[in-house]
Design a binder for this molecule. Structure first.
Ligand SMILES: Cc1ncc(COP(=O)(O)O)c(C=O)c1O
Length: 394
């Protein structure tokens, strides 16, 4: 076999994603793309805000010498100053440029953090349902992902969390607003998690890092706000990107922020900077660092996602699909209408609807719909969801 046994194995674990993608292609070829309702991809559909395009135009019409060159591996100092000022303003804490590493999106940032923190065999707690890439990222850096169940409303189950938090654990990885559930962890949950982690740090005499993956922070609804983990636990690291809130998924730009009280803070910064370099990213794209530095308070038109959420959720709820209204991100995670969620996905496919089974997120019995799609996809799909409901609830 030409490729490694480990990669073959991991690819097998992810093979249902490929199978679904292929099924989508088959359906689109057969029925025409307009007659297939593809809710399977989390590709942010809202266009970047005007401020971003204006910043780009300014940059290319008034280029400064050296602006496309290599830079310190942590990123452009001025951009890191602006990011730290933005974080200081929003958290009420003090951040400086030496707490910020600019990265190739949140995905790049997570790999930088995990490479820096993990020794072989270190455990990383993740919470079901989880973003499936976590499994592969942790594996890449020699760690072992440990899946912890959540409550029936997908909040952190603090008892299960405390039980799972043994002396092997180095990283606790959370994602809020959550993909796939849309849940935002409340401040009280984070506070209690912080207390548990600090107790365990003392017991095991080691640092345990709370890492929050939060690229959907600004994609929230109904006045919900996302609490900062920095207030919950000193050894905190935020990983985020501009993929969703500025609609820049393809541009690969994000950052890692080290909590003001994280220990050893300087070493963490040096480690993340080194990992950014040796993972081959070298640095995050220069043009994007210049551009986002000028629109850190902007975001995509949230009205668009709000409208799509209502368009999908209201009719599905009326039909009898069961789910909690997402508080953030652009996903819906309803209960499957039959026990076997993979089988249920096939029922949806018969109506040309593409969705992802909960099994893919470590939580069978559910399915994920991304409402980051054109309005007409949602509108035209509704009678088909109704047909599936009628057929299975007979
Ligand atoms: C939970 C979560 N984390 C990380 C990422 C990766 O984001 P980025 O495009 O910024 O690498 C995604 C993208 O869908 C995501 O849903």
């Amino acid at each position: 076999m030409a490729i490694s046994g480990r990669v073959s194995e991991l690819m097998m674990q992810a093979s249902w994603i490929r199978r679904m993608f292929e099924e989508g292609l088959r359906l689109k070829a057969k029925h025409g793309a307009d007659n297939v309702f593809d809710f399977s991809l989390g590709n942010p559909i809202a266009e970047p805000p005007r401020e971003f395009n204006e910043a780009l135009v300014r940059l290319v019409t008034h280029p400064t010498p050296g602006m496309h060159r290599y830079m310190p591996n942590a990123g452009i100092p001025e951009t890191r100053d602006r990011v730290s000022a933005m974080l200081s303003k929003h958290t009420g804490l003090t951040f400086g440029r030496d707490q910020i590493v600019m990265t190739c999106g949140a995905g790049g940032g997570l790999n930088v953090v995990l490479k820096t923190l993990l020794d072989a065999g270190d455990r990383v707690l993740i919470f079901s349902p989880y973003f499936v890439e976590y499994i592969f990222y942790v594996d890449t850096h020699g760690g072992v992902p440990v899946k912890v169940a959540t409550t029936p409303t997908f909040d952190i189950d603090l008892d299960a969390f405390e039980k799972a938090l043994n002396s092997w654990v180095k990283v606790v990885l959370i994602n809020s607003p959550n993909n796939p559930t849309g849940v935002v962890y409340p401040e009280a949950t984070l506070k209690k998690m912080g207390e548990i982690i600090q107790r365990k740090e003392k017991e095991f005499d080691k640092e345990i890092y709370l890492v929050s993956d939060e690229p959907y922070r600004r994609l929230v609804y109904d006045g919900v706000t996302v609490p900062w983990i920095f207030h919950a636990h000193p050894n905190s690291i935020v990983v985020t990107s501009f993929s969703k809130d500025l609609g820049l998924g393809g541009e690969r730009i994000g950052f890692v922020a080290i909590g003001p009280d994280a220990d050893p803070r300087e070493k963490l910064f040096q480690g993340f900077t080194f990992a950014n370099r040796v993972l081959g990213f070298i640095n995050a794209p220069a043009l994007m660092q210049h551009a986002i530095g000028e629109c850190l308070e902007s975001s995509v038109d949230m009205g668009e996602y709000r409208r799509k959420r209502e368009l999908l959720c209201n009719p599905l709820r009326e039909m009898g699909y069961e789910f909690a209204m997402p508080q953030g991100a652009f996903y819906l995670f309803p209960k499957s209408l039959v026990d076997d969620d993979v089988l249920f996905i096939r029922h949806l496919q018969q109506e040309n609807i593409l969705a992802v089974p909960g099994t893919g997120f470590g939580t069978p019995g559910y399915f994920r719909l991304s409402f980051s799609v054109e309005d007409r996809v949602i509108e035209h799909s509704i009678p088909h969801f109704q047909k599936v409901m009628k057929a299975l609830r007979k």
